[in-house]
Design a binder for this molecule. Structure first.
Ligand code: C5P
Length: 215
């Protein structure tokens, strides 16, 4: 049976996560936050003090992990890790292990298992290019590094956390560089993706634009 998938790819902070949630709510479809899967794997590596370059050890570790998502929470081997995977150190470690082809291969089926009726909204970097190349609709959201860093700063301050804008811009640029230049599944729009530059748009405008394309 063909199960519809709508993919949303793009760099960190382009607004993919919020738009994906809004779409999943509106359509009543399942949601895959593929970045969270990579983040849980990176957290497990950090906790075991594994080298982030040791592809064989990382792949062996991943094959034994129990990664689950229940009611919006991420679980690693039966322990809730939702907050632990969201800091910048984990994000940076994540983009380092995500360059390794065998790490990506080890996480592929876990992501594809989310494709269940009535449909799936998949958010990530390679959803439309690698994980679900036959997706029904593909979107690629982007925005300038400065705008993305400003959004992240606002998000952090809403959580009572502080950060420097210049540090956030540096982190975002380093992550973009690694995600875009890796040989396997690099960050890029699928040939058949609708590309939306969200820099000048509000969240409601981006959502309306996506809905206009799928209606
Ligand atoms: O989307 P999020 O910021 O949570 O992703 C964290 C990191 O995980 C990204 O910077 C990227 O290196 C990696 N990732 C990936 N492929 C995906 C999703 C995330 O390589 N589909």
């Amino acid at each position: 049976m063909h199960i519809p998938v709508l993919t949303i790819d793009g760099p960190a902070g382009a607004g993919k996560g919020s738009i994906a949630c809004m779409l999943a709510d509106k359509l009543g479809w399942h949601l895959l936050d593929s970045g969270a899967i990579y983040r849980v794997a990176a957290l497990a590596a950090l906790r075991r003090s594994l080298s982030l370059h040791d592809e064989a050890a990382l792949t062996a570790m991943i094959s034994k992990l129990n990664i689950e998502f229940k009611n919006g929470e991420a679980w690693l081997d039966g322990q809730k890790v939702t907050a632990d995977i969201r800091n910048e150190a984990c994000a940076s470690a994540t983009s380092q292990i995500a360059v390794l082809p065998n790490v990506r291969a080890a996480l592929l089926q876990l992501q594809r298992n989310f494709r269940q009726l009535p449909g799936l909204i998949a958010d990530g970097r390679d959803m439309g290019t690698v994980v679900f190349p036959d997706a029904t609709h593909k979107f690629y959201l982007t925005a300038s590094a400065e705008i993305r860093a400003e959004r992240r700063l606002k998000q952090l301050s809403e959580q009572g956390l502080s950060a420097k804008l210049c540090d956030l811009i540096q982190d975002i640029n380093a992550r973009d560089e690694r995600d875009s230049n890796r040989p396997v599944a690099p960050l890029k729009p699928a040939d058949d993706a609708v590309v939306i530059d969200t820099s000048p748009l509000t969240q409601a405008e981006v959502f309306a634009e996506v809905l206009r394309h799928i209606s």
